[in-house]
Write a protein that binds this ligand. Structure first.
Ligand SMILES: Cc1cc2nc3c(=O)[nH]c(=O)nc-3n(C[C@H](O)[C@H](O)[C@H](O)COP(=O)(O)OP(=O)(O)OC[C@H]3O[C@@H](n4cnc5c(N)ncnc54)[C@H](O)[C@@H]3O)c2cc1C
Ligand code: FES
Length: 274
């Protein structure tokens, strides 16, 4: 990562490619930070550049302090993400960042942390879960996660491991043969969880409609807006507050976000035209 020019990518090499789902891979990139050094805050993103194709924001999905590994989980949805998903071990790509705000882990001490993810939204939440489990600072951790089908659930081995250490509830929109879990949308999992509004804090990331309904349900359960954090997505170019591409009303998602408190963005999310 460049320390001199924040908009100039440096070259990174793909160390390992793991297939998560039919259209999604995790790219583990080699980096030069020292052992134990914190490379990013959970929730932050990097701009990844597929040479000759283009550059897109991708959240960091790995362990914040794992030396020698910087993981990004990418779903192929268009030209640049297709090119990134097609990269093989040893390939080069451009990297700049990390950018944006992270999940407020400092507020989690002694709290019940509710992690609510939909689809690819589990990727930016994963480093927060890893850090919370490692540090053991929160009182209770509940993970509610859903995807379109069982095959679309990300990080399945992690989910199995996490289920031994905290509450994990999964759901899918459409079941498939062998699926014995719940079928339905992610916000429908919330009534299954006991919430004490004064000591609960929620981190939510997923499709915007899922975040809207989750935030509404959490508010109905008594959680104040100051205790609900969302990670937003907007089209980005510069990633550092210069171009205005990511603007949502007065908010620059790249630099004021992507992680924002509900009281800052709630009304903007309800306005569909923004
Ligand atoms: C802060 C942030 C973090 C992100 N983290 C991840 C991640 O961890 N993994 C991942 O796979 N993707 C992530 N994304 C989304 C990713 O950046 C887009 O999928 C990517 O920009 C698409 O570019 P493309 O050239 O592949 O496709 P395009 O051809 O540009 O777009 C394909 C389709 O996706 C839509 N689209 C493009 N960009 C966005 C966007 N930002 N939000 C919503 N819809 C969009 C387009 O309208 C189009 O319908 C993140 C985006 C942001 C802003
Ligand atoms: S992406 Fe340029 S201002 Fe946010």
């Amino acid at each position: 990562m460049s320390e001199t020019d924040p908009i100039c990518p440096t070259s990174a090499r793909v160390q390992e490619v793991s297939r998560e789902t039919p259209d999604t891979v995790t790219l583990r990139l080699a980096h030069t930070a020292g052992e134990g050094e914190r490379l990013f805050l959970p929730g932050q993103f990097n701009m990844l550049y597929a040479f000759g194709v283009g550059e897109i924001p991708i959240s960091v999905s790995g362990e914040p302090r794992l030396a020698g590994e910087l993981a990004h989980t990418v779903r192929a949805v268009g030209a640049v993400s297709d090119a990134l998903v097609a990269l093989k071990r040893g390939a080069s790509l451009g990297l700049r960042g990390p950018y944006g705000t992270g999940w407020p882990l400092a507020l989690c001490q002694g709290q019940h942390v509710l992690v609510v993810g939909g689809g690819l939204g589990l990727a930016p939440l994963r480093p927060a879960v890893l850090q919370l489990l490692e540090e053991g600072a929160c009182r209770q951790l509940s993970i509610l996660y859903g995807a379109r089908t069982p095959d679309d659930l990300l990080f399945r081995r992690d989910l199995e491991r996490w289920a031994h250490r905290c509450e994990v509830r999964l759901t899918v929109d459409r079941a498939a043969a062998g699926w014995q879990g719940r079928v339905g949308v992610v916000p429908a999992l919330l009534p299954e969880v006991e919430i004490e509004p004064a000591t609960c804090i929620a981190f939510v990331c997923g499709p915007e409609v899922m975040m809207r309904f989750t935030a509404r349900e959490l508010r109905l359960r008594g959680l104040s807006s100051e205790r609900i954090f969302l990670s937003l997505e907007r089209n980005m170019k510069c990633g550092i507050g210069l171009c205005g591409h990511c603007q949502l009303g007065p908010v620059f998602v790249c630099k004021d976000g992507p992680v924002l408190r509900l009281d800052r963005v709630g009304a903007l999310l309800e306005a569909r035209e923004l």
